[in-house]
Write a protein that binds this ligand. Structure first.
Ligand code: NAP
Ligand code: ZN
Length: 350
């Protein structure tokens, strides 16, 4: 067993405190990673504050991990000490169910082991639940480690491990590309990467944001349209416009208003995960043979594909680097949509 520094919450209404945690002994297929940067995803906040109701404490969030391999177990073949690597939302899955065999480990029928807050055998993570990337080191089985290509800085790569793949996967699944009109609702951590990815894939991208305050940035990221959803005229003007809408908003939205913006056979994909149920009028689906769908991160192979795509197209996240003792304030700013566009913890400050 080895020890690592980490930032943990001991209760849903607490503040982050520096703690010492244990990581398991390196197994034959394990990779020990020195974490350099950890992104702050809104899911970290939902979990840390127990908004999804299943949080084990102490909670060490963090599933946008970028670092350098410190050591590998004897059976590891794909990585060696010194490699730049990333870890996203998952650190394990059954490996034998149909989704796992199809490289969709996020839909593992036994339930994937998430990077933090999954109950596991203490042999996997001392303490009995996984502890994430707000930490100086992590031990992960090599199948759940991806290579960060040369040419993407580790700091701007970190958010790609969750935000990047969460947008890349549905954009690929629903064939975003030339001739497709794609709208992204919410230009936060997920949304801004989605704009860059969809534009790089050749789609015509529009941002639906609650105000026009980030319009200039949206255009720089590749959007050709940018509309305020606080303006009722937006919903009249864009009616029936889009083939694909990706909803990245962390709060409840009037889904019917957005469904009506879809063209014939268009799909609205739910990515944002607020706690309340969604309600829709059946006629808004039936009327134009529209679909309402959801999507969860992406598999490990697709995460690697996404990182390679980002390296090829010069895509990284727009980040605000913070010290480890600034996490509480950063959380409040994310909830207030006051972030351009992802907070990333500089783990050297731990
Ligand atoms: P974020 O950085 O906070 O971005 C969310 C954006 O939603 C904000 O920037 C804002 O964009 C918009 N928004 C926030 N509150 C709003 C409100 N009350 N009304 C309208 N718009 C609002 O969060 P994130 O890290 O991108 O995560 C977004 C959501 O995705 C979270 O619920 C998270 O848990 C979820 N998530 C899901 C997956 C998945 O696999 N499906 C993966 C990661 C995260 P504008 O200012 O542009 O309006
Ligand atoms: Zn995330």
């Amino acid at each position: 067993m080895s020890t690592a520094a980490a930032y943990a919450l001991s209760a849903s209404d607490g503040s982050f405190e520096k703690v010492t945690i244990q990581r398991r002994e390196l197994g034959p297929r394990d990779v020990l990673i020195d974490i350099k940067f950890a992104g702050i995803c809104h899911s970290d906040i939902h979990t840390a504050r127990n908004e999804w109701g299943r949080t084990s404490y102490p909670c060490v969030p963090g599933h946008e991990i970028a670092g350098v391999v410190a050591a590998v177990g004897p059976a590891v073949s794909r990585f060696r000490a010194g490699d730049q690597v990333g870890v996203g939302c998952m650190v394990g899955s059954c490996g034998v169910c149909a989704p796992c065999l199809a490289d969709e480990e996020q839909y593992c029928t036994a339930g994937a082991t998430m990077t933090y807050n999954t109950v596991v055998d203490p042999a996997v993570q001392p303490g009995g639940h996984t502890l994430g990337g707000y930490s100086t080191q992590i031990v992960v089985t090599e199948n759940f480690v991806v290579a960060i290509p040369e040419g993407i800085g580790l700091d701007v790569a970190a958010p790609l491990l969750c935000a990047g793949v969460t947008l890349y996967s549905p954009l690929r699944h629903w064939d975003a590309g030339p001739g497709k009109k794609v709208a992204i609702i919410g230009m936060g951590g997920l949304g801004h990467v989605g704009v860059k990815l969809a534009a790089a894939m050749g789609a015509e991208v529009t941002v639906l944001s609650h105000s026009l305050s980030k319009q200039e940035d949206g255009r720089l990221f590749g959007a050709i349209g940018y509309y305020a959803t606080s303006d009722k005229q937006t919903f009249r003007e864009l009616r029936g416009r889009f083939d694909l809408i990706l909803n990245t908003v962390s709060a409840d939205l009037p889904m019917d208003d957005y469904l009506r913006l879809l063209n014939l056979d268009g799909t609205l994909v739910i990515l944002g995960l607020p706690e309340n149920p969604v309600s829709v009028k059946p006629l808004n689906l039936a009327g134009y043979r529209r679909s309402l769908a959801g999507s969860m991160i992406g598999g490990i192979a697709q995460t690697q594909e996404m990182l390679n795509f980002c390296a090829e197209h010069g895509i990284g996240a727009e980040i605000e680097l913070i010290a480890a003792d600034e996490i509480d304030g950063a959380y409040d700013r994310v909830v207030a949509s006051d972030v351009r566009y992802r907070f990333v913890i500089d783990v050297s400050t731990m």
